[in-house]
Ligand binder design. Sequence first.
Ligand SMILES: [Zn+2]
Length: 127
Amino acid sequence: MMLKGTKVYSIFTGACPKCHQESMYKNRNPYVLRDVFKINEKCSHCNTRYLIEPSFFYGSMYVSYGVGIAFAVAAFIISYLFLHSSLLTAFIAIVVTMIAFGPIILRLSRNIWINLFMSYDKNLVKK
Ligand SMILES: [Zn+2]
């Protein structure tokens, strides 16, 4: 992957924020809802602990607010401005989008949150 080594890669793939060698999640598919919160304890490649402190990922709620707004604004622009729907239809489109993309918003927020605290380290990849 050409973006490997950047935060963007880790944020969009859910890869370990330090070595980018494996997924942080037990199940990479966010739509398997019973596994959506399940995260590995640490990276089997570089031994990075993902839970820096207890309840670390509660902080990602702050991020998910911003990510959610981004999805809502996108839904509004597409339905109201591009498809010329009524305001009520645009509102329904926003609600449907928030529900449909909920698991993705949740994972993106967690990935952004952990990437605020950890950076890629290319020395860990060679191990
Ligand atoms: Zn790792």
